[in-house]
Structures are given as C-alpha cells and as structure tokens.
Design a protein around this ligand. Structure first.
Ligand code: HEC
Ligand code: HEC
Ligand code: HEC
Length: 428
C-alpha cells in the first residue's frame, strides 16, 4: 500500500515536473501540436495591450512606443524572433504579472498582477505570442483560471488617519524622503511613466503626469491613497496598481510631497483670496448654476454629476492643495491637467477645430470640443495639427467673479474630501 502511494506520487511528480504546462494548463509544450491559440483569446488581449503596454512596447510590439525614448532600458521587442524563441509562455506570464524586477529584468517593466485578472494576463500572453508570427507556442486559458480583477478596497479611514499621524511625525525626515526617492527611481516603475526634475533637466517617462511639482500640486493624503490603489478612484486609469505596501506608499508620499515647494510662491494679489473665508454652500450653488455666470459643472463632474470636458473634481479637496485649486481657477493655463491638453487642428478644407485630445492613432484623432461634442477627425482630412499651451477652461473667471465668490467656490472645492473623511471626523 505504502509503495503504491509512493509510486503514484512519483509518477505525478514526473508528469508535473517534466511539463510545466500541466501545472496551470497554460500550454508551454502543448500536448496536442495541432491545437492553436483561440483567436478569441488574442482579440481579448489586443485592447488590453493598447491600453496598458503600447506606450512603451509599441502597438505592434516593436519596442518603439512613444514613451520608449524616455526609458533607460529599451522595452523588449516582443515581436522579434529572438525574444519569442527564448521565452516560455509561463515566463511571459510571470513577468507581466510580477514585473521586470521579479525576473531579474529592469524595474521599469511594471507589475500588472494587481491590476488585471489571471485570464486577462493570459490573453496578453496570447497577444504577445501573436505579435511574433510563427505560432509555435499556442496559449490556452488554464482550467479554473481566475477571471476577476484583484480589486483591493480603497484605503480605510483608520489607515488614512494612521498615515496622517505618521506623516506629521516622520514625513519630513530625510530618511523617509530618501527611502521614497529610491523606490520611485530605482525599485518600482514610477520613473518609467512620470517625470522628475534633475538639475534643470527633466528625466522620466511621459505616460502619467509630470510629478516634479507634486508637493505643490497634490495633498499628501491623496498621494498615499492613490499610490495604494489608483483604481479605487479612477477605474480606467492607465496607471497599474503598483503592488506597494503601506510603508512604501508612505515614504513615496513623503518624497513626492517635498517636490517643488521651494520654487513656487502664491502671488501677492491672490493672498486675500486665500484669507477670505468662503461659504461652501454658496460655492456649490455657483458651481452647478446653469444660469449663473460660471457654470463650472457644464465641464466638470463631481461624484457622477456634471459634464466631462474637464477633469472629474470628486475628492479634489484631498487631491489638490488649496493654492493649486486657486491657480486652476484664476490662471488655468499655468498647469494643464495631464490628459487635457488642447490641440488645434487645421483641416484640408481650411477649417480650424480645437478641443481636448482624447485619443489618437494611425486612423485619426479623437477630440472633445468645448460643448462636450465628441469629434473624430480622420488623419487624411488633417492638414496640420499641434498641441497648444492653452486650457479649454475659460481664462476670465478672475474678472467675472467677486473676491467673495471665488472664496466660496474655493471653500466648496476644498470641502470635497475623500469619503473616508466625510462624517466630520476629518483631521485638519
Ligand atoms: C513603462 C514602460 C512599460 C510598460 C507600460 C510595459 N512594459 Fe513591458 N517592458 C518594459 C521594459 C523597459 C522592458 C525591458 C526589461 C529588461 O529587458 O530588463 C520590458 C519587458 C517586457 C517583457 C519581456 C521580459 C523578458 O523576460 O525579457 C514582456 C513580456 C513585457 N515587457 C510585456 C509587457 C506587457 C504585456 C505590458 C502591458 C501589460 C507591458 N510590458 C507594459 C517597459 C514597459
Ligand atoms: C505604466 C505607467 C505608470 C506607472 C508605472 C506609474 N504611474 Fe502613476 N500615473 C500614471 C498615469 C497614466 C497617471 C494618470 C492617472 C489618470 O488620470 O488616469 C498616473 C498618476 C499618478 C499620480 C497623480 C494622481 C492624480 O490624482 O492626478 C501620482 C501621484 C502617481 N501617478 C504616482 C505614481 C507612483 C508613486 C508610481 C510608482 C509607485 C507610479 N505612479 C507608477 C502612470 C503610471
Ligand atoms: C468650458 C469648460 C470648463 C468650465 C466652464 C470650467 N472648467 Fe475647469 N477645467 C476645464 C478643463 C478642460 C480643465 C483641464 C485643463 C486645465 O488644467 O486647465 C479644467 C481644470 C480645472 C481644475 C484643475 C483640476 C485638476 O485637478 O487638475 C479645476 C480645479 C477647475 N478646472 C475648476 C473649475 C471651476 C471652479 C470652474 C467654475 C468656476 C471651472 N473649472 C469651469 C474646463 C472647464
């Protein structure tokens, strides 16, 4: 009896050991050589690749996405025969799921296993295999594969409060800041997507916003909460969940909170505005009043209510510093929110069209105009087009609004805290 169990175990071990595909059914050396990757699986991988990978690897996997030139390490040429021949499906799966550092590759290749489901990562493997065209490594969804995204809940109230306490005590320490900087530049993939300033020169990727002024633009609590779980606040964001633990998010927030503060002062004539006490109820009315002189909600949405020409302002009171909010209202072009740059298009029929750039590919340009209309302009109708350093947000609010009204709107915006802080027990 004992012997039989032993042999069975050995046989099993032999099967499992010699054919890793059996482990997860992911199909490295597929049993049936005639089986092919299902076109369906490849099709599922395609939009994921376009959304999460193409900015570095290029849509065709040639390693030439727009962000590639800002990286210290070239993104792998996934379509190349050398790459395709060297890697097993499981190795590709692992590096996508756990990031470059897990496979002794560059830390600039991000972690996606906390953003995408197992099934989605297999679909990406299938898509990556399809980029190399020889079809010799078919990819199959393992049995029982998890199809749910690993959605973490957003940070809890207790967690944020203990962050506050930590930040007060240790956020300004040199050692916290240095630890955060090291994670940002050397351990995690942050620098692959975000710019920082190094002695008058910007370094880093351009997929996400430039963070060289993060300390004056973002509140520390927001930095912490966002870094812990970006999808809790913006489900479709291209920023992957970076799989950081609480201690790491703390020091990252400390590092970023220290950036930019010295070189930026609030202009003298804005000081009265910050000092005037505002009424957030009145501010809210002004914000949503469709008959009023500003009608901010025509372009801005707050927890589901309002337009989409401008950025969503839910939680903006935690997300942004008061001086940044004030600047956004009085001088919108001073800092254009990433993802909201304005383009000016001259068509072959000599028509000018301007709007916020949403999407661009080889076939055309998708913009949203001031009225909120979605326009798709095919490339072959475009004569010229350029990005402009102007905002779609009106420039004249400082003339339209009384000091008190600006203070009211500011009071309303600063009251829009993370839900963890609603209920009155917010620190500060
Ligand atoms: C911010 C840029 C960036 C993004 C986004 C990115 N990658 Fe990468 N990727 C890299 C870099 C850089 C390397 C090269 C790492 C090295 O060779 O050390 C790499 C390497 C790889 C490799 C090869 C690893 C190996 O074993 O040689 C695979 C596979 C890969 N990426 C897949 C993906 C997929 C799939 C996505 C999207 C889900 C993606 N990458 C998103 C930058 C990126
Ligand atoms: C693959 C690219 C990528 C990587 C890697 C990445 N980010 Fe981001 N990040 C983005 C994008 C894109 C946005 C813009 C979010 C949006 O509006 O959808 C963003 C936004 C941010 C913001 C601003 C949030 C806001 O409210 O505007 C911060 C802060 C940030 N990232 C920090 C980090 C840190 C810290 C890391 C490393 C632990 C990191 N990011 C890694 C792409 C990335
Ligand atoms: C015609 C559309 C439009 C109207 C009306 C408008 N905005 Fe904006 N707003 C935008 C756009 C587009 C952006 C992003 C570009 C930029 O940063 O200037 C923006 C950016 C902002 C930002 C910065 C958001 C961030 O986190 O980066 C704030 C704050 C803001 N607007 C507040 C307001 C307020 C308050 C009003 C009303 C007094 C208002 N807006 C009216 C279009 C509009």
């Amino acid at each position: 009896m004992i012997l039989r169990i032993f042999t069975l175990g050995t046989v099993l071990l032999l099967i499992l050991g010699s054919n890793p595909a059996v482990w997860a059914g992911g199909g490295d050396d597929s049993v049936d050589l005639n089986r092919k990757t299902s076109p369906d699986l490849i099709q599922k991988g395609k939009p994921l690749f376009a959304h999460y990978c193409a900015h570095c690897h290029g849509l065709a996997g040639d390693g030439d996405g727009f962000n590639a030139e800002f990286l210290d390490k070239e993104p792998a040429e996934l379509s190349g025969s050398k790459f395709q021949a060297k890697k097993t499906n499981h190795q590709i799966y692992k590096v996508i799921s756990q990031g470059g550092a897990s496979a002794r590759k560059s830390h600039l290749m991000p972690v996606f296993g906390k953003t995408l489901s197992e099934a989605e990562i297999w679909a990406l493997v299938a898509y990556v295999r399809d980029l190399g065209t020889d079809g010799s490594n078919p990819v199959f969804l393992p049995d029982g594969v998890n199809r749910d995204r690993p959605l973490d809940s957003s940070v809890s109230k207790e967690d944020l409060q203990s962050f506050n306490k930590w930040f007060e005590d240790e956020g300004g320490n040199e050692s916290s800041i240095r630890a955060g900087e090291k994670l940002f530049r050397k351990k995690k993939s942050c620098i692959a997507c975000h710019q920082l300033e190094d002695e008058d020169e910007k370094t880093g990727g351009r997929i996400g916003p430039d963070l060289s002024q993060a300390g004056v633009r973002y509140g520390p609590q927001w930095l912490y909460a966002w870094i812990m779980n970006p999808h809790a606040y913006k489900p479709k964001t291209k920023m992957p969940n970076m799989a950081v633990v609480s201690e790491e998010a703390r020091v990252l927030s400390a590092f970023l909170s220290g950036l930019g503060s010295e070189n930026k002062e609030t202009p003298e004539d804005w000081k009265p505005l910050i000092e005037t006490a505002g009424n957030s109820e009145t501010g809210k009315k002004l914000f949503f009043d469709s008959e009023g002189k500003v009608y901010c909600s025509k372009c801005h949405r707050i927890t589901g209510d309002g337009g989409t020409v401008g950025p969503d302002l839910s939680f903006v009171g935690t997300r942004r510093t008061p001086s940044f909010l004030l600047e956004s209202i009085l001088d919108p072009k001073a800092a254009i929110t990433s993802g909201y740059s304005t383009v000016l298009i001259l068509t072959k029929e000599r028509k000018f069209i301007t709007g916020v750039l949403k999407f661009e590919d080889d076939s055309g340009v998708n913009i949203v105009d001031k009225e909120g209309n979605d326009l798709v302009i095919p490339k072959n109708e475009i004569k010229k087009y350029k990005t402009q350093k102007i905002s779609m947000m009106p420039e004249n609010f400082k003339d339209l609004l009384e000091v008190q009204e600006i203070a009211d709107i500011l009071a309303y915006l600063t009251s829009l805290k993370l839900p963890e802080f609603s209920g009155g027990s917010a620190p500060e």
